[in-house]
Structure formats: C-alpha cells, structure tokens
Design a protein around this ligand. Structure first.
Ligand SMILES: C[S@@+](CC[C@H](N)C(=O)[O-])C[C@H]1O[C@@H](n2cnc3c(N)ncnc32)[C@H](O)[C@@H]1O
Length: 360
C-alpha cells in the first residue's frame, strides 16, 4: 500500500471522514503525497503537459512575458515567477525566446514556486544559468513588480464537492467502510459560502465544486499585482464559466482511474472554475483578460506562424512533427478548447489586450 494511502486511512480512522479537499491535499501535497518527490510528467509518466508537447508553447509565453513587461513600463528589476514549473521546460523555452529582449532578461529575477524536490532538481538542471530561487509558497517571494505564470497548477489545488440532496446541500466526504474507502455525505462546512450564482439552479444529485485554495491563491496574486505593478497568466483546463458537474478524477499512466483507488500513486485533479478565478481577481481590484480557449490564445500569439518559421529550417519528418504538435495544442478536440488562458493585471496597465487575451 502506498504510504499516502496508509496515512489517509489512519487519519480517517482517528479523525473521521475527510472532505474531498482534505483528501486531495494529503494525497498530493502531504508528507508522502504524489507531488512530493516524483516526476509524473512525460510519455513514461502519468500525463503530458503543453510545454512537454512542444517548445513553441513556452517560446510564445516567453514573448507574452516580454510584451507584458514592456506594457508594465519595462521595470528595471522585477520578479519573474513560475508556480508549479514541472521540469522547467516552459521557463527554459520562454527565456530562450526572450533573448530578443536583453533588457528584459537583465531585469528579471527568477523565482520558482515548487513543492516537489524531484522536479526542483530537474528545474535546476535546465535553468541554472538564470540563478533561480526556489520557494514553496508565493508568500516567500519578496514584494515588487511581478510577472507570474502558472500552467496546470490550479487543477492540482484541492476542491470541495457539494451535492444537492432533498435536504439541501451536503458536503461529499471520504469515509472508511471496513477496509474500503468510499464517498459519503456530511453537513456542509464553510465551503458552502463559495457557491456561485450558477450553482443555485442545482437539482437533486447535482455536484458543485469550489476551491478555497484556488480562490485564495488568485486573490493573493491579484493583490500583489495591484499593489506592486504586475501581471499574471494562468493556463489550465476547465470551463470558462462556473457550472455544475463532478470533475474529480485520478490520472495514472495516461489513463483515468476512480479517484480513491491509487491515492499517492496517481495524480488527483479537478477542472478549474475560471468563472470563480475571474470573480476573485476582479474583487481584489485586478483587471482580467479572458478567459479564452488555449487554441485562440496560441493562435493570437502566432503559433501557426512560428511553426511555419521552424518548418522552413526543417526536413519533412520534422515539419510533420511540428504540424502534429500545433494540432495537439490548438485543435478543439485536443487541448485547444478544454484548456483556457486568463490574464490578470494591476490597474496601472493601460491596454485592452494582454498578448492574445482581450479585456472586457
Ligand atoms: C501538472 S504539473 C505541471 C507542470 C508544468 N507547469 C508543466 O506545464 O509542465 C503541476 C506542477 O505543480 C507543482 N505543484 C503541485 N502542487 C503544488 C503546490 N501546492 N505549490 C506549488 N507547486 C505545486 C507540481 O510539483 C508540478 O510541478
């Protein structure tokens, strides 16, 4: 039995049923959790992310950062922060593309917010020339102007699940029945207060998901960029608007599993509610751009042009690989529609577009 599975069972035996959020937190980020000392990425791992699909993803985001830095008034020194940087691939590609702007490279201080020691080592290999500093929370990054990137971080942050019953909302919890972990229902906790207007139409059996951890993080990012000048780009999968539905799932070796089966040994994720992120950022005083689909975002940043440029220098086989990579990133039935990008900026930023993200 995986040590995370064992400690979760012990905790339930001692404390009683856990909320889905407490279970996710322990299974992913707890002492023996999935994200503590394990590289889950790539063909050999459990899943592949956009920067691992193609170098073009990070390159275009690097150019987005340069453009955003200029719109912020080209601060002479700023924090370039990536949260959940995985293998460091996105940031390495971004900083290579940013060589077109030496002043940007000279001004940036690189910060990586990462809880995973195995991935920190890989990030160090790829990014040592940029002398990154590592942190386990954003709060450890000093004040000052900031550009922050997070790709596929928010889907790993804990969610609460609330289920509509004949007696009203109840919280989904995980309990032990003999030796078996199973879902049950309990009186709802404070997560109830995060339900969105779109959840009010729920019929019996409907599930609503809310994530205090995600809302808290977006609020912290937004407050910093409002106070100190800055911008943020969040890319992840989930609906553009809040809605109902059960998106809690486990991913192992590129396959979906029942969430309670492989605790600690599989990734646990849920869709990101971009409607909730947007509302929280606006409440904290930030300007919000998007969300737009990843397909629209990357097209607006010129991914097709970039692929054509790379193809000109390539043989036929490489050109075909580039074509497939672009398809995977932007085609609606691949990552193009389910994934969304949202931009946040402080009020000082005077623009109606932030890279490929339109303001409202
Ligand atoms: C799905 S991976 C995405 C990696 C990378 N951004 C990419 O696109 O390839 C999630 C990343 O977030 C990190 N992570 C998970 N939970 C975290 C947390 N609470 N704080 C900071 N990083 C976290 C993981 O270790 C990993 O680097």
């Amino acid at each position: 039995m995986h040590p995370a599975q064992r400690s979760i069972r012990q905790r339930i035996a001692l404390e009683g049923p856990l909320t889905v959020a407490a279970l996710m937190e322990e299974a992913l980020a707890g002492r023996n959790g999935y994200y503590r000392d394990n590289d889950p990425l790539g063909v050999e791992g459990d899943f592949i992310t956009a920067p691992e699909v193609s170098q073009m993803f990070g390159e275009l985001i690097g150019l987005w950062c340069v453009d955003t830095w200029q719109r912020l008034g080209s601060p002479a020194s700023f924090h370039l922060v990536e949260m959940g940087p995985g293998r460091g691939t996105l940031m390495a590609d971004a900083l290579r593309a940013a060589r077109v702007a030496p002043a940007f490279l000279a001004a940036k201080q690189l910060h990586l917010v990462e809880i995973n020691e195995a991935l920190q080592r890989k990030q160090a290999e790829k990014l040592h020339e940029h002398t990154p500093r590592w942190h386990t929370t954003l709060a450890e990054v000093a004040d000052g102007p900031m550009i922050l990137i997070a790709n596929e971080l928010f889907d790993a942050l804990p969610i609460h699940q609330l289920e509509m019953t004949a007696q009203g909302w109840r919280e989904r919890v995980v309990a032990l029945n003999g030796d078996t972990l199973q879902f049950g229902l309990a009186a709802p906790g404070p997560a109830l207060g995060l339900l969105r207007p779109a959840h009010k139409a729920a019929e019996t059996g409907a599930i609503a998901e809310v994530s205090p951890a995600s809302i808290g993080l977006v609020d912290a990012i937004a407050r910093r960029i409002v106070a100190d000048n800055g911008a943020a780009l969040i890319v992840d999968y989930g609906p553009a608007e809040s809605g109902l539905g059960d998106s809690f799932q486990a991913l192992k070796r590129h396959r979906y599993h029942a969430p309670l089966e492989e605790l600690g040994a599989a990734d646990l994720t849920a869709h990101v509610d971009f409607g909730a992120l947007k509302a929280a950022a606006e409440e904290a005083g930030a300007q919000v751009f998007g969300p737009v689909t990843q397909g629209d975002f990357l097209r607006a940043l010129g991914i097709e042009l970039r692929a054509d440029m790379l193809a000109k220098k390539s043989d036929l086989a490489t050109t075909e690989i580039l074509r497939r990579q672009v398809h995977r990133l932007i085609a609606p039935e691949q990552m193009g529609r389910l994934f969304k990008a949202i931009g946040l900026a402080g009020p000082a930023l005077d623009t109606d577009r932030l890279g490929g993200l339109a303001g409202l």
